[in-house]
Every structure is written in structure tokens, then in C-alpha cells.
Design a binder for this molecule. Structure first.
Ligand SMILES: Nc1nc2c(ncn2[C@@H]2O[C@H](COP(=O)(O)OP(=O)(O)O)[C@@H](O)[C@H]2O)c(=O)[nH]1
Ligand SMILES: [Mg+2]
Length: 594
């Protein structure tokens, strides 16, 4: 099926034309028929010469009902623009065309109606020129009369041509059915209608509704007045929903494939067309069949942040339009660049954001999203409209594979995090020498990581996680007897860290040269000289103590301050000299290097 929306000034013959083409009455309301004026959307369909079906969404032309018009054209990718030969181009001809242009509608046809009343030439020339300057470009034109039916066969052929040009629908895409009507059918319950632009609906489907917790279930489907088990896009469709009160759904709501759409009330967008320098601070955003008040915050020359009065299921790349309802004026189109933008709290954040947005074009870009977000879940990206390959393969690079769980990471950021893990764990070990490692959650918080699985994935040998802590393969990686011996040294010398166990005590503890070697390699002991060992955190502790002395200080002053013997003090100071923590002066005194 091919769906086309009408567009054009009031009384130019849109509804008459739809009626003449389909034999159906697009003005559904008694009031519309009494006043001879379309107020709300009308729906009608017919078979084309090719055998295909065209369904019309007939819109009101009166300026008071432009919001209804926008709800009709929002989800429809093709337009039948109607201009009366005897009246020519009029204000709502222009406003409707501006709306189609803002939404980026690229497929259209011009029908110059009431050709029995005046020469269609001038109206045709003017309308084609106006249309050519928009997203629709050059369109075929047909002169018709709803009264005499002249031109209708040519119009049918032109509609077939238009249907052939519209790209094939993405029937495997997720469903986002913008509701344009909802009503109750006795005995069946709630029915909503809309234009299905992509995807496929089936009886029994569970669908999500923005703003509602519970899913809804499809009880029945109708298209073109007939019940169907399944309706693929593109189609006009009526959906009967099970157990859904009518007041829960209305125009502007959307039925969605679960888990595929991010509901957002904050978007960064690019303005299309000629963005006015003095954009009003509040406008109405029209997207799909929805119309939502928004607050506008300018960012760059053609980019703004919109705060929506209620969340909508929007995707990166969506087209929408902004309208000033007070001034009856389509302000311009927008293209959604980011549906989950960062807050702009810090000074200068807005300017920095404007620079980022200047680089975006609304085409989903996985590498760019990772670079900007650094860490993001696959599901979040998909809900933003950014496709993620199923996994790395011949065509997709390694960074498209999750680093942990369903988390994707920017490769450079992930590498930096790995280095930070090493640093943080080493720092923690220095600050907490008696603890067997850094608690995993402390590390997670230090690195501001949103999920523990990320920490677990970042810990690589020689680091490892043991009993909820991250440490070097130190004490607990040593052979049992050595580990026990080192623990005893910790217990005995923890509170006098610069006293080294005497040689015979080492023997008692079972720490021979080989055991000491293993403990030193594992970072569990520090060897100053043969048979002179300290706990590894002693070095930093010594620097702290020595820094508290009047500078420069002598060996004897150091020995006393450290409460130790020459046997330890001499090699300890030499080691500190070698590491650059202290410097030996010509008179053999030392200073702590700061
Ligand atoms: N003579 C003539 N009158 C027409 C033609 N098309 C529409 N009209 C009349 O123009 C008026 C407005 O038509 P309508 O279809 O309601 O316009 P809409 O507001 O664009 O839907 C009605 O009185 C129609 O009878 C036409 O081709 N020839
Ligand atoms: Mg009408």
C-alpha cells in the first residue's frame, strides 16, 4: 500500500478530489459535512491502474486546524499538494508546503483543482516554482476538476508513478505507530489508527506505550476496512488493543516495539531551513502525530537543545518541525542529533556542546557515540537509533564487541581505564598496607564506573580479584607457608615498620633465601640487603618520617626518627637515594627531595 497525505489551502478542493478518486467520504464528522469544511483528518483509499492501493490521509486546510494537518502528514512520506486554479497560491498553501519541507518530505505531486473554473496555467506555474525550492523538488503536475472529473485518469497514473518512486519500506525495522485516532468499538474495546511507516504488526504482538508501564497486546488488526492477521508497512492500520482503556491512548501517543525506543524529554537538534536569529523561547514540537510544547535553548548557530513538556520516543536522525502556535507560523524543521544529551552544568559546557553538535549530522554513528559517551550499553544505543553489529566479524572491528556484559567502550578510553586501575590499586596498597587489596567497589567508585562487571573486566594479571578485593598476585598468590610467614611479619612488624626481622627470626619464620626471593618478586616483601627485609610500604612511610625532620639530616638523626638500627637505616637511605626520594649531600647529610 502507498499512503499519501493531502496538503493545501482551505476550500481548494482536497476533500472533493479524494472523494472523486476513491468514492469514499473523507469528511467523517457531521459537523464537517454541514460546514463543508474538513476539521480533522479523513481517510479513504482506492485501487490505482497498476493494481496497487493508494490510501489518502485528507487534511484540513484551515489555519486553525494546522495542528491536525501536521498530525496527519507527520508519519506520511508523500504528499498530494492541492491548489485551486481560480485562487492560486494562498497562505496555507505556503504554510503546508513549509511543513512538508521542514519534515523533509521528498515525494510529491501537484494537483491543480477547480480547473473548470479558471485556466490552471498560472496557478500551476507558481505552485511548481514554490515546491521546487523545497525538499520535494520538481514534482509532476496534473490539472483536474472534481466537478467534471476531467484529469482524474491522468492523476491516477501520476499517483502510480509517485508510488513507484517512494522507497520500499523497512519492514524489518521496529514499529513506531503514531496514533492519529482512538475510539471504542462496542464489544471490542479500544481501537487506535495510524500510518505504519516501517516494521510489521501482527495479531498477538505486545507493544510498548510511551509513559505507560504495562505493555499492550494487539487483539485485532484492520487495514483498508478488512481484518488481517498481519499488516506490513507502509499501511493505514487500525489496531484493536486488549484490555486498554480508551483514555489511555490518543493522538500523539505511539505504539512501539518493546525495548527499541528511548523515551526522552531532552534532545539536541539541528534546525533546518533558515533558522531565525531570535527563536522564541517556547514553541511546539510536531513529530509523528504528536505535538508537544518545548523550551528552546540555543547552543550553536543552527543547533538548539529542546526540553519537551512530555517524553517522546525519538531516535537520532528523526525529522520534526517547530511551530509557533501564537503566530500560526512554521518556524522550521529540526533534525534530531542526540536523544540522550549530557547535562550542561559546568561553565562553558554549552559552548563545548555546540562544538560537538557542529560535527553531527543526525546519521547514527557508532564510533562517534562511543567516543562521546565512552561507555554505553548496547541496548541504550539501539534505543537511541544507533545500530550495533551483532558482534565483531569480518566487517566489524573489535571495538564493536562488548568489553563486559552488554557494555561497549571507546577503545582509547578503555585503555586509559586499564592504566588507571593499575595506578589506583598501587596507591591503595600504599595507603592501606595492612589490607590484602583494594575493595572492588572502592575501585569502581574511584573510576566512576557504572557497573561492577566493568571493573572485573579491567583487572588483568598481575592484578587479580580475590575475595572481593583487587590486588597484585601478592601475599595470597604466594605458596601457603610463605604467605603465612609474610602475614606473621606484618602482624609483628606492622607497628614498627622500620625494624627488620633478625636473621634467626627469619629462619624461625621459615623465610630462607628462596622464600624471601618469592615474596620479593610477588611484592610482598622489600629486600634492602641480604637477610634485611621490610614490608613493601616501608619506603613511603620512611619518606614521610624523614620529611618531618629538620633538613638536611644525618644518618643518626634518620635512624632515631625511624626507630631502627644502622643495619636497616644504611641500606634504606641508599635505596631512597637511588629512587630519587632523598639526596646525599657532600658532607654525607641528606635532604628529602620534594
Ligand atoms: N467547480 C468546482 N468546484 C470544486 C472543485 N473542487 C472542489 N470544489 C468546490 O470547492 C469547495 C471546497 O472543496 P473541498 O473539497 O471541501 O475543499 P478542501 O477544503 O480543500 O477540502 C466545495 O464547495 C467544492 O464543491 C472543482 O474541481 N470544481
Ligand atoms: Mg477538506
Amino acid at each position: 500500500m502507498f499512503v499519501v497525505a493531502t496538503a493545501g489551502h482551505v476550500d481548494h478542493g482536497k476533500s472533493t478530489l479524494v472523494r472523486a478518486l476513491t468514492g469514499m467520504e473523507p469528511d467523517r464528522w457531521a459537523e464537517e459535512r454541514r460546514r463543508g469544511m474538513t476539521i480533522d483528518l479523513g481517510f479513504a483509499w482506492t485501487t490505482l491502474p497498476s493494481g496497487g492501493t493508494v490510501a489518502f490521509v485528507d487534511v484540513p486546510g484551515h489555519e486553525r486546524f494546522v495542528p491536525n494537518m501536521l498530525a496527519g502528514v507527520g508519519p506520511v512520506p508523500a504528499a498530494l499538494i492541492v491548489v485551486a486554479a481560480d485562487e492560486g497560491w494562498m497562505p496555507q498553501s505556503a504554510e503546508h508546503l513549509a511543513a512538508l519541507d521542514a519534515l523533509g518530505v521528498a515525494y510529491g505531486l501537484l494537483a491543480v483543482t477547480r480547473a473548470d473554473l479558471a485556466d490552471p496555467g498560472p496557478a500551476t506555474a507558481r505552485a511548481r516554482a514554490e515546491i521546487a525550492a523545497t525538499s520535494l523538488g520538481a514534482v509532476p503536475a496534473v490539472a483536474v476538476s472534481g466537478l467534471t472529473s476531467a484529469g482524474l485518469p491522468e492523476l491516477r497514473t501520476a499517483l502510480d508513478g509517485l508510488a513507484a518512486r517512494v522507497p520500499a519500506p523497512a519492514v524489518d525495522d521496529p514499529v513506531r505507530l503514531w496514533v492519529d485516532r482512538s475510539f471504542t468499538v462496542r464489544g471490542s474495546g479500544t481501537v487506535v489508527t495510524g500510518t505504519l511507516g516501517a516494521g510489521r504488526l501482527r495479531v498477538g504482538d505486545e507493544l510498548e506505550v510511551a509513559g505507560a508501564d504495562d505493555p499492550v497486546r494487539v487483539r485485532g488488526l484492520h487495514s483498508l476496512g478488512e481484518a488481517r492477521p498481519e499488516v506490513p508497512a507502509v499501511a493505514r492500520v487500525a489496531v484493536n488493543l486488549r484490555g486498554t482503556p480508551r483514555d489511555r491512548l490518543g493522538r500523539g501517543d505511539a505504539l512501539l516495539t518493546p525495548g527499541r525506543f528511548h523515551h526522552t524529554d531532552l534532545v539536541d537538534v539541528r534546525l533546518t531551513g533558515d533558522p531565525a536569529a531570535d527563536l522564541p523561547a517556547t514553541l511546539t514540537l510536531h513529530v509523528g502525530s504528536a505535538a508537544v510544547p518545548v523550551r528552546v535553548r540555543p547552543l550553536g548557530p543552527d543547533t538548539v537543545r529542546l526540553r519537551l513538556a512530555r517524553p517522546l520516543p525519538l531516535l537520532v536522525g528523526d525529522r520534526a518541525l517547530l511551530r509557533d502556535p501564537g503566530r500560526h507560523h512554521v518556524t522550521g524543521g529540526v533534525r534530531v542529533l542526540d536523544v540522550a544529551p549530557p547535562p550542561l552544568a559546568r561553565r562553558g559546557a554549552a559552548a563545548a556542546r555546540a562544538q560537538v553538535l557542529a560535527e553531527l549530522d543526525g546519521r547514527p554513528d557508532l564510533a562517534g557515540e562511543l567516543r562521546r559517551r565512552r561507555l554505553v550499553r548496547t541496548g541504550t544505543l539501539i534505543r537511541m537509533g544507533v545500530p550495533v553489529p551483532a558482534g565483531p566479524g569480518r566487517d566489524s572491528p573489535a571495538w564493536t564487541a562488548p568489553v563486559a556484559g552488554d557494555w561497549l567502550a571507546d577503545p582509547a578510553h578503555w585503555q586509559r581505564l586499564g592504566e588507571q586501575v593499575t595506578d589506583e590499586v598501587a596507591r591503595y596498597a600504599r595507603d592501606h598496607p595492612l589490607e590484602p587489596g583494594m575493595p572492588v567497589d572502592a575501585l569502581r567508585q574511584r573510576l566512576a564506573l557504572p557497573d561492577r562487571v566493568l571493573v572485573e573486566a579491567l583487572v588483568r594479571p598481575p592484578l587479580r580479584i580475590h575475595a572481593g578485593r583487587v590486588g597484585t598476585a601478592g601475599v595470597d598468590a604466594l605458596p601457603e607457608p610463605v604467605a603465612r610467614a609474610v602475614q606473621r611479619v606484618r602482624a609483628e612488624y606492622g607497628d614498627r615498620p622500620f625494624r627488620a626481622p633478625e636473621a634467626d627470626r627469619l629462619v624461625d619464620l621459615g623465610l630462607g633465601p628462596r622464600e624471601i626471593g618469592a615474596a620479593v618478586r610477588a611484592g610482598a616483601l622489600l629486600r634492602l640487603a641480604d637477610n634485611v627485609v621490610l614490608l613493601p610500604d616501608a619506603l613511603d612511610g620512611a619518606v614521610r618520617v624523614l620529611a618531618g625532620l629538620p633538613q638536611p639530616f644525618t644518618l643518626s638523626a634518620a635512624r632515631q626518627a625511624l626507630d631502627t638500627t644502622r643495619r636497616v637505616a644504611v641500606p634504606l637511605l641508599e635505596l631512597l637515594d637511588r629512587r630519587g626520594a632523598t639526596r646525599r649531600l657532600p658532607d654525607d647529610a641528606r635532604i628529602v627531595v620534594t
